[in-house]
Design a protein around this ligand. Structure first.
Ligand SMILES: Cc1cc2nc3c(=O)[nH]c(=O)nc-3n(C[C@H](O)[C@H](O)[C@H](O)COP(=O)(O)O)c2cc1C
Length: 213
C-alpha cells in the first residue's frame, strides 16, 4: 500500500503537527511507503486559473499534473488540517479545486439513453453550453482516505452550531463526489496542547491506521 499524506497547516508545532508526527512515526515503524505533501512548505499556489475552469478545454498546470500522478500512485490519501471558519484552510481548498479536476476526479454521464442522444444533444448544449451534463460519476473509486481534522471548539459546541458541516464538506461533497471512501477523525477542543491531548491524538492515529500494513 502506498500513501500520500497531505498536510495543510502553516506551523510544525501544535495539534496538527502532532498528528503529522504520529502518522509519520506509525507508517515508518510499519515500513509503509508514503509521500508527504506539505502544502505550506512547498508554497502551493491555490489560485485556480481561468484555463482550469471545467466545461472548457482544460489546460492543466505542470504542478497539477504532478499532484494528480501522486494521487494515482497512491492507494490512500491522509489529510491533516485544522478547521478554519467551519471548513478547510484556503490552501487545501485551492488544492482540491485545481487538482481534483473534471475528467480526472469526476465526470458527468449523460442521463439520456445513447440512441436518443442525437435528438437531445443540441438542446442540452444550448442550456448547459459551458458545462458537461448528466449524472456525476466519481473516477477515483477504489482509493481510500483518512481525514484528521482539529477544531478549537469542543464537540458539544461545534456540532449543535454547525450541524457537522465541516465533516460533510470533505467526506460527502468532495471525497464522496470523487468516489473516494473516507474515515474521519475529529480532534476537538484544540486550545492547549497538553499531555492529555497528545495522548488522545496518539490513540486516534493508532486507531485510524491500525489496518494499514
Ligand atoms: C482563521 C481561523 C479560523 C478558525 N475557525 C474555527 C472554526 O470555525 N471552528 C472551530 O472550532 N475552530 C476554529 N478555529 C480554531 C482552530 O480550529 C484551532 O486553532 C486549530 O484546530 C488548532 O489546531 P493547531 O494547534 O494545529 O493549530 C479557527 C482558527 C483560525 C486561525
Amino acid at each position: 500500500m502506498k500513501i500520500l499524506v497531505i498536510y495543510a497547516h502553516p506551523s510544525h508545532e501544535g495539534h496538527c503537527a502532532t498528528i503529522l508526527k504520529e502518522v509519520e512515526e506509525n507508517l515508518k515503524s510499519k515500513g509503509v511507503p508514503y509521500e508527504l505533501l506539505d502544502l505550506y512548505a512547498i508554497k502551493y499556489d491555490p489560485l485556480l486559473r481561468e484555463c482550469e475552469l471545467y466545461g472548457r478545454d482544460i489546460e492543466l498546470a505542470k504542478d497539477t499534473k504532478k499532484h494528480q500522478q501522486q494521487i494515482m500512485d497512491s492507494d490512500m490519501i491522509i489529510f491533516i488540517y485544522p478547521v478554519w471558519w467551519n471548513t478547510m484552510p484556503a490552501i487545501l481548498k485551492g488544492f482540491i479545486d485545481r487538482v481534483f479536476s473534471a475528467h480526472f476526479a469526476f465526470k458527468y454521464n449523460p442521463v439520456i439513453p445513447k440512441g436518443m442522444m442525437p435528438l437531445f444533444e443540441p438542446l442540452f448544449k444550448l442550456v448547459y453550453n459551458r458545462f458537461d451534463y448528466g449524472m456525476p460519476v466519481g473516477l477515483l473509486k477504489g482509493k481510500k482516505a483518512v481525514v484528521f481534522l482539529t477544531t478549537g471548539s469542543p464537540r458539544l459546541i461545534s456540532y449543535p452550531w454547525t450541524g457537522n458541516r465541516f465533516k460533510k464538506i470533505i467526506k460527502k461533497d468532495m471525497l464522496g463526489f470523487f468516489g473516494i471512501k473516507s474515515r474521519l477523525y475529529h480532534i476537538s477542543n484544540c486550545r492547549v496542547l497538553n499531555e492529555w491531548k497528545v495522548a488522545e491524538i496518539k490513540r486516534k492515529v493508532r486507531c485510524a491506521l491500525k489496518r494499514i500494513r
